[in-house]
Structures are given as C-alpha cells and as structure tokens.
Design a protein around this ligand. Structure first.
Ligand SMILES: C[S@@+](CC[C@H](N)C(=O)[O-])C[C@H]1O[C@@H](n2cnc3c(N)ncnc32)[C@H](O)[C@@H]1O
Length: 285
C-alpha cells in the first residue's frame, strides 16, 4: 500500500458533492454547499468505489458491495477504521484536524496529570490525539456502538492501554455527576449534534440544550483549565454565534475566544470545502 492509499484526501468537490479518498477506497458523497463546478474529469467521479446518494431526508449507498465492512485509514500516525453508515457518514470528520492538533499540542505541553474530556466523542480521534500526547482522557458518547468503535480505533492505533475512560452516558447528566464527584479537567472538547439522544433516550437539541451543557462544563473545568472547544454542523450556528456563546459561558475566566469556519482543503490546494463551524475558549492564547 503506498502513502496515497493509506490516508485521507479530498480529491474534488462540486455539483453538490464531494469526492474523497479514505485509504484504499474512493467515495462520492453529498456536499450541499459545493455550489460550484468540479475540477476533476467526470470519469474520475464515475470511478468512485461507492457513492452515497440523498433520497429526500434519507439516502442510500451505491456500490457498497465493492467495500469491505470497515477498513483502516491512517491519520497522522493514528489509525481510524472507517465504515459506511446509513447516514452517509464513515466515522471520520477530517475538518476537525485543526482541533485535534490543538488538543495534542496543549496536552503535550500541559501539566501532569492533564485531564481532557471529549463529550459527544463519536469515533474518538480527538481522544486518540489527546491520549497520544500524554493526557488522561474521559471519552463519552451516548451510543454504546459508537464507543465500541472509538475503542477499536484506539486499539488499531496502538493506544489500547493508554489512560482513557470510556463512558456511555448522556453528556449533561455525566458532567453534573463528575462535578459532584469533584473531577475537573484541563480541556474540554464538545462536538454536539444538532439533534440527538442520550443513552436513555434523553432528547438533545442544540438550540435548547447548549446553555445547560456549557453551564455544566463550567463546573468541570479545573482552576488551571486551558481550553474548551465547541464545534457544530447545525446550519443556524455561524462562527460569531459560537464565539458569543463561548464568551458568555467562559469569558469571566479571562482568556480569549476564537472562532472559525471548519474547512477541508482539496488535495491540489486550489479550494476548500466548508464543513461546520468551531470556536475555542483558551485561557492563555
Ligand atoms: C460527533 S456528534 C456530531 C457528528 C456529526 N458531525 C453530526 O453532525 O451528526 C454526534 C455524536 O453525539 C452523540 N450524542 C448525541 N446525543 C448525545 C447526548 N445527549 N449525550 C452524549 N452523546 C450524544 C452521538 O451518539 C454521536 O456519536
């Protein structure tokens, strides 16, 4: 396997779609914001191993029989096992790369022990970056299957024995319990969905529940806490909205808030695809 077929790249975008290499396989998936023309020839798009196509609110994969149930993709020396899901996701959000690098940098330089909490942790890339950099990580997601997937990624990355607590729980409930137990963290990573459900069916709706989540996060921050990262794909949230929300929640601790659109650069460097928004509160920028 050569380097090109081990990692991730965004090959092209346009006509409302994205063409991406995930390790050994090329996938075409919807990208509603790609309101421009593709730069690569149609033949390259047609040669994709599989494609996810929207059907109203849902969608379906074409060419699934050409893919294994899961396969490895190398990301910066870590291994993510990707799997096509019924939502068109594959368990890897490359636009989060700048956040992963930030977490790793802070964890590598921070005091010991250095606690990082990854809420809505999904398949765990932020967890793996933090753990590899020396942090003690609490990884939480409401879905048992997703936490199992994150653990598989840890094992595939050679990090199975690193200090990670794997929690299947509702984010806000767990945070409140951690606060009562007096557990505090140096860094928090939050990637809440627009809509979701806790482990016991608790409804999560970002517009209604973000304030309570951030209030619970305040209680989980160590006196020497260094950062809170919040990202979302909900179209109602711009970088400025996220920045204002984080300033509201953590501004009284000093520090600074920075916010940005998340993007994925096309492999030829010519263009980037927008993919959600993120903001950070940082105690010492
Ligand atoms: C990583 S986030 C966002 C992923 C994707 N980009 C999207 O927008 O759908 C989704 C994760 O949050 C988890 N989740 C949803 N509601 C939750 C809750 N109340 N507490 C903890 N995790 C939750 C889901 O199981 C899922 O793994």
């Amino acid at each position: 396997m050569n380097t090109e077929t081990r990692g991730y790249s965004l090959i092209d975008s346009g006509n409302g779609k994205r063409l991406e290499r995930f390790g050994a396989f090329v996938l075409a998936r919807p990208a509603p914001q790609a309101l421009w023309r593709p730069r690569q020839p149609a033949a390259l798009w047609d040669a994709a191993d599989a494609a996810f196509e929207r059907r109203g609110q849902d969608g379906e994969w074409r060419g699934l029989d050409r893919l294994p149930p899961s396969w490895p993709v190398e990301i910066d020396g870590l291994t993510a096992l990707v799997k096509p899901t019924g939502f068109g996701h594959v368990g890897l959000f490359p636009e989060q790369a700048a956040n992963w690098a930030f977490v790793a940098l802070r964890a590598a330089r921070g005091p010991r022990p250095y606690g990082v909490m990854n809420l809505f942790g999904y398949t765990g890339l932020a967890t793996l970056y933090a753990a590899r950099a020396g942090a003690e990580v609490c990884h939480l997601d409401a879905s048992k299957a997703v936490v199992a997937w994150a653990r598989e990624n840890a094992a595939a990355s050679g990090l199975a024995d690193f200090p990670v607590r794997w929690i299947v729980e509702d984010a806000v409930k767990f945070l409140r319990r951690e606060a009562k137990r007096g557990r505090r963290y140096h860094g928090l990573v939050l990637d809440p969905p627009a809509f979701g459900r806790g482990s016991k069916g608790e409804v999560w709706k970002i517009e209604d529940d973000l304030e309570a989540l951030l209030a619970a996060c305040r209680e989980a921050l160590d006196e020497a806490a260094e950062f809170v990262i919040l990202s979302t794909y909900s179209p109602k949230f711009t970088p400025l909205v996220l920045a204002n929300v984080l300033s509201d929640a953590f501004g009284d601790r000093g520090g600074a808030v920075e916010a940005a659109e998340m993007t994925i650069p096309e492999a030829d460097g010519g263009r980037s695809l927008p993919a959600g928004v993120t903001a950070r509160w940082v105690a010492k920028p």
